[in-house]
Design a protein around this ligand. Structure first.
Ligand code: NI
Length: 229
């Protein structure tokens, strides 16, 4: 059972200087969650982590709060923080929401994108072409999308989007091969960056909607098949 996993079996004990503790603890937990060493449902106890790194509970609490904001942890009654599920039945709602949020960010961002933004978007597409690790594909897909939204003026909107993309990235790294999503539809990515480069906002938004709706459909089929098992 996931709940029986002990943090001390997964995370190496380290002596952390107090001023670095919050950031390092956040990073250690984040990568253990993302690469599956700490599966969904694992209890993450403040005192256990504090002992592991020889620090007080304060930086631990701060780190856990950050991870919660990134949807990697959730707080359960009587249990405290646990590793959040990869994706819930609300996955379809999540995608519908993403279409709204990301279309708006793309609209705000495109007029302000500069040549180097477009160049980095294209370089992520190129790296995706040659990548075979699912973890890395999920990460590059997130970075590609964020590079096109990054100039949006609404910072809160960008944070919401980044959280949704983090969630997707986790899901993809475990399920990508079984979903047959290929390289996450690179044709869409190319069309998207071309439209953005030429400041064709409406076209870019249309491509993005299609891209996300397609992803939503693939994930829904996949989840339905899992449930039917
Ligand atoms: Ni994509």
């Amino acid at each position: 059972m996931a709940e029986k996993i002990k943090l001390s079996n997964v995370l190496a004990s380290e002596q952390l200087p107090a001023h670095l503790a919050r950031g390092v603890i956040e990073e250690r937990l984040r990568s253990a969650i993302l690469d599956g060493r700490l599966p969904p449902g694992t209890a993450v106890r403040q005192q256990e982590i504090a002992d592991l790194y020889g620090v007080s509970r304060m930086p631990v609490r701060e780190a856990l709060r950050q991870l919660e904001a990134q949807s990697l942890l959730k707080v359960e009654m009587h249990k405290g923080a646990v590793v959040a599920p990869l994706i819930g039945e609300d996955a379809v709602d999540t995608y519908a929401l993403r279409v709204l949020l990301e279309s708006e960010a793309l609209r705000q961002s495109i007029p302000l994108l500069e040549a180097d933004d477009i160049a980095s978007a294209r370089s992520y597409i190129e790296q995706l072409e040659n990548e075979t690790s699912h973890a890395e594909i999920g990460r590059l897909n997130r970075l590609f999308h964020m590079s096109l939204y990054g100039k949006a003026s609404n910072q809160k909107l960008l944070r919401l989007i980044e959280n949704e993309l983090n969630e997707e990235e986790r899901f993809l790294r475990f399920h990508l091969s079984s979903m047959g999503l290929g390289k996450l539809t690179q044709d869409d990515h190319n069309a998207l960056v071309d439209a953005a480069a030429e400041k064709r906002v409406d076209e870019a938004v249309r491509v993005l909607e299609q891209h996300l709706n397609n992803g939503s459909r693939v994930i829904r089929n996949y989840l339905d098949k899992q449930l039917a098992r």
